[in-house]
Ligand binder design. Structure first.
Ligand code: TYD
Length: 191
């Protein structure tokens, strides 16, 4: 089982990942929790300003490292929980970062398949809430979060559009964290 957790910054996905981890431990289900980008590339990516194409390759390089590790845990029958992955690249770099002018959708998907070793997630959760709420929660720790409210509105729109195309699960995360988690459990049939 591969699960990807996504959403605009401040959408509450990290809280949901924590709740699910706890639930899995309770059920004695082994899981591997990871996030993208992760070290050592994380510091390079988040602390510098690059052209969208350069970001794209850096995120994909980071993803390939991550998925090499994921493959090992999958063989051991672990559940895989990923805090952001390729849906972020589709939203941030491709749709909003201007990469769509350099790489077409077909090629984007092909490169993604290579970086993920053809592993496709069982579920992608998009934690969705009004941009204003997400924006007000931000700590602005990296340059990706140093954006305007308008940018967040666009980002939300992009996530919702992509969710329709790829059939990702959109969850209303303006509800309480308990209610949101019930929804997650329902989708995973953990009720
Ligand atoms: P992070 O501190 O992990 O943010 P969050 O807790 O919201 O996940 O920072 C990751 C940032 O990198 C986030 O703003 C989204 C961005 N990002 C991309 O632009 N493309 C990607 O492919 C990924 C994985 C993340």
């Amino acid at each position: 089982m591969i699960l990807i957790f996504e959403g605009i910054d401040g959408s509450g996905k990290t809280t949901q990942i924590k709740l699910l981890s706890k639930e899995l431990r309770k059920r004695k289900i082994k899981y591997y929790l990871t996030k993208e980008p992760k070290e050592p590339l994380r510091s390079v990516i988040l602390k510098n300003k690059f052209h969208p194409l350069v970001y794209f390759f850096l995120f994909n390089a980071d993803r390939a490292r991550n998925f090499l590790q994921i493959r090992k845990y999958l063989k051991k029958k672990y559940w895989i929980l990923i805090d952001r992955s390729f849906p972020s690249t589709f939203a941030y770099q491709w749709a909003l970062g201007g990469l769509d002018k350099v790489i077409d959708k077909k090629l984007l998907l092909k490169i993604n398949k290579i970086s993920t070793f053809s592993l496709y997630p069982d579920k992608v959760f998009i934690f969705d809430l009004p941009a204003e709420i997400a924006y007000s929660r931000l700590k602005k720790e990296n340059i990706f979060e140093d954006k305007s409210l308008n940018y967040f509105k666009k980002l939300r729109k992009v996530y919702l559009k992509l969710s329709k195309i790829f059939k990702w699960h959109v969850i209303d995360s303006s509800k309480s964290k308990e209610e949101v988690f019930e929804e997650v459990k329902k989708i995973l049939k953990l009720c």
